[in-house]
Design a protein around this ligand. Structure first.
Ligand SMILES: Nc1nc2c(ncn2[C@@H]2O[C@H](COP(=O)(O)OP(=O)(O)OP(=O)(O)O)[C@@H](O)[C@H]2O)c(=O)[nH]1
Length: 665
């Protein structure tokens, strides 16, 4: 990169060294304490080399440097290309060092030669003057010429691999501070041709000042590239399976050990899935061993595609694989999703050249810490579960623990039933009125979803919505809720209460997906011609702040679709008052715990008073949720709350009962 130096020399004047600026023809245009011509400053014996390097510099336009005698003293000349074909020359006086070097030269030369004879390169670092010298053998290792590298430790550090620098600095500091007798470090150095070489450096401080600060350090570089690459090869051979390139049993054991320790520390679950292909032997027998190999390789890729990057897939040998799922936040639901995906994926036909083959797989699942306290037992339990899966007809997964197995079965069954529930018209809507303080405020009700299960009876959302989320059914169910609510609301507004509003609670997943097609659902709701704000969307604070949803709430289409926003469960956890000024917000709904703690002159009492005043100042209505007692209701009215929601005041009812409630109002 060429530097841009402006005509005024303020920047250059700040340099701690003499400098000059010349054009390509060596005409000095600006200078600081230099003679008018370069040939008057540079010693004649360096002139030819200087000219050679100058021509090279013009061709490459890259920085270069040279040791030379300038006005009779040894200097390091660093040349930097500037814009407009100009050059900046900066001079560092190294004559003291040269003198010392000359003095030591004779003695040094002997041991440096001796060291070089071993094939190593030698470095010699004058710590306090910041100069480092390199032997010819040192430069030869990397293919550099004498003047390619400025004589400074920074120049060498810049050629060190970034990943290795931190450890090198630590090892160096250990030696400087006397914690290690010899400085020793392995790192990579960039060669002139751009490749990297692994080297072992060893060194020692050989002079310190009166305060014990290091003055001079010498050491060697030994090329260990070959050893490193054979070490890497040996490590791969010891830890990876040659056929599939997956980690083998040994690496798996190491990782499992690490994950169990972490699991114990952070109270996280770990799942071990032992997977074995079913009737794989038949593929070998009918299509040949090579086809069997190809199938195993494809199976490995399919297994990896079913898990996250952080999970480990290992091959133990033959057609046996292991999947290690760590940091299981959501618990068994994730295991089931992965196990289900594995069974499905490995059940698809494999294309093996001109032929194809189909197998299935059996999986045994064991969980830490539920099933086993240590790695060995966990392996054993997963194997036992795999044995059961095989015994029970293969092509499926099985938990080691009976209760987990039962729970998985009933979740799977419930998932199947949930899939059918929409078609079988088993979902029901319930409407719970919000009792308003003033008759002038429009009547409003919250919409609640229930599932009329043929065997289990009426189920609340907690027992099926998480399943709907994890299976993706939430989108269809949500669309149904919205459509039903809009249709019902249109009818009631026409026949019973023209200003009635319904409040809906949609999941984050659903909102995110719908957010993308907001015009879509605006059009869909358009069929019902509901006026603005007829539907209230209940949002929790996290949703209101979710960056992926921001645009949705700003969209005029949302209002055009007939929605206003309510901030749900306000005052639970760490609510931020800033949320109250969110545009589009019409209501806040105070969280249940705040209402349950309500007593006259209590903290909750003061909180509700303050929040209500603040919300009113922002033009928002305040609804209290979970009002269970008449005394709470009285107090809340006194505090200025606009509406109350509670079983005690008005329970959730079906459409027919809610119609009657509207009529009797
Ligand atoms: N192609 C190939 N086959 C292998 C390799 N290693 C083991 N095998 C064969 O894989 C088969 C695995 O045996 P099993 O798992 O007992 O046989 P299976 O037919 O899958 O039987 P089930 O697991 O009981 O369904 C044996 O026939 C082994 O010879 C390999 O690297 N490549």
């Amino acid at each position: 990169m060429n530097l841009d130096v402006s005509d005024d020399d303020t920047l250059l004047a700040a340099l701690p060294h003499p400098w000059w600026v010349a054009n390509d023809d060596q005409l000095l245009l600006r200078r600081q304490s230099s003679p008018e011509r370069l040939e008057d400053a540079i010693a004649p014996e360096h002139w030819a080399e200087f000219q050679r390097r100058w021509q090279e510099g013009i061709e490459t336009r890259r920085p270069w440097g040279l040791q030379l005698q300038w006005l009779g003293r040894w200097h390091w000349l660093a040349m930097q290309p500037l814009q407009n074909e100009l050059w900046l020359g900066i001079l560092t006086d190294i004559s003291a060092l040269k003198a010392a070097e000359a003095q030591l030269h004779e003695a040094d030369a002997v041991w440096k030669l001796a060291l070089e004879a071993t094939g190593d390169g030698v470095w010699d670092w004058y710590i306090q003057s910041g100069v480092e010298l390199y032997s010819p053998g040192f430069l030869r290792i990397y293919g550099y010429a004498a003047d390619d590298i400025p004589p400074s430790p920074e120049a060498m550090d810049a050629l060190t691999h970034p990943d290795d620098r931190a450890q090198m600095a630590l090892d160096r500091a250990d030696h400087f501070e006397g914690r290690s007798a010899i400085y020793r470090n392995e790192h990579r150095v960039r060669c002139k041709d751009g490749s990297w070489k692994w080297i072992l450096t060893r060194g020692m401080v050989i002079a310190r000042d009166a305060q014990g600060q290091p003055l001079r350090m010498v050491g060697t570089h030994t090329d260990i590239t070959e050893r490193k690459s054979s070490e890497t090869l040996a490590w791969r051979a010891a830890n990876f399976d040659a056929l599939t390139d997956l980690p083998n049993r040994r690496l798996l054991a190491e990782r499992l050990d690490h994950d169990l320790k972490k699991g114990q520390r952070e109270q996280l679950r770990v799942a071990l899935l032992a997977l074995d292909l079913d009737h794989f032997k038949a593929v070998n027998d009918s299509l040949g061993h090579d086809a069997g190999d190809a199938l195993l390789r494809q199976a490995a890729a399919r297994i990896k595609a079913c898990v996250r990057e952080v999970d480990m897939v290992a091959r133990l040998g033959g057609d046996e694989f292991v999947v290690l799922l760590s940091e299981l936040g959501e618990g068994p639901a994730v295991v089931e999703r992965v196990a289900g995906a594995l069974v499905h994926s490995l059940g698809q036909p494999f294309e093996l050249g001109l032929q194809s083959a189909q197998v299935s797989c059996s999986i045994g699942v064991a969980l830490y810490p539920d099933d086993a306290p240590d790695a060995a037992t966990l392996f054993k339990r997963a194997d036992q579960a795999l044995y059961s899966a095989k015994a029970e007809g293969r092509d499926g997964y099985r938990y080691f623990t009976r209760s987990l197995q039962e729970a998985a079965r009933s979740r799977a069954r419930l998932g199947d039933e949930l899939r059918l529930a929409l078609a079988r018209h088993e979902f029901r809507l319930r409407f719970q009125p919000i009792v308003m303080r003033e008759r002038g405020l429009p009547p409003e009700a919250e919409v609640l979803l229930r599932w009329q299960h043929p065997m289990l009876g009426l189920l609340g959302p907690d027992s099926f919505l998480p399943l709907a989320e994890s299976t993706g059914l939430i989108h269809e169910i949500g669309a149904w809720v919205l459509k039903q609510s809009a249709a019902q609301l249109t009818q009631w507004r026409r026949e019973l209460a023209p200003d009635l509003r319904l409040a809906l609670n949609l999941s984050g997943t659903q909102l995110r997906q719908w957010g993308l097609s907001v015009t879509d659902w605006a059009t869909r709701l358009g069929q019902f011609s509901l006026p603005g704000q007829a539907l209230v969307l209940d949002l929790r604070e996290a949703q209101l702040r979710d960056p992926q949803l921001q645009d949705l709430f700003k969209l005029p289409a949302l209002r055009a679709a007939g929605f206003s926003l309510a901030l749900d469960d306000f005052g639970s956890g760490d609510s931020a008052l800033a949320c109250l000024s969110h545009p589009g917000l019409g209501q806040i709904k105070l969280a249940r715990p705040l209402i349950q703690a309500l007593r006259p002159d209590s903290r909750s009492d003061r909180w509700i008073t303050a929040l209500t005043e603040l919300a009113h100042a922002e033009g928002l209505h305040v609804i209290a949720k979970g009002v269970e007692q008449a005394s709470q209701a009285r107090l809340l009215w006194e505090l200025g709350v606009d509406g109350l929601l509670g079983q005690h005041l008005a329970p959730a009812m079906d459409a027919e009962a809610f119609s009657r409630w509207l009529q009797e109002r």
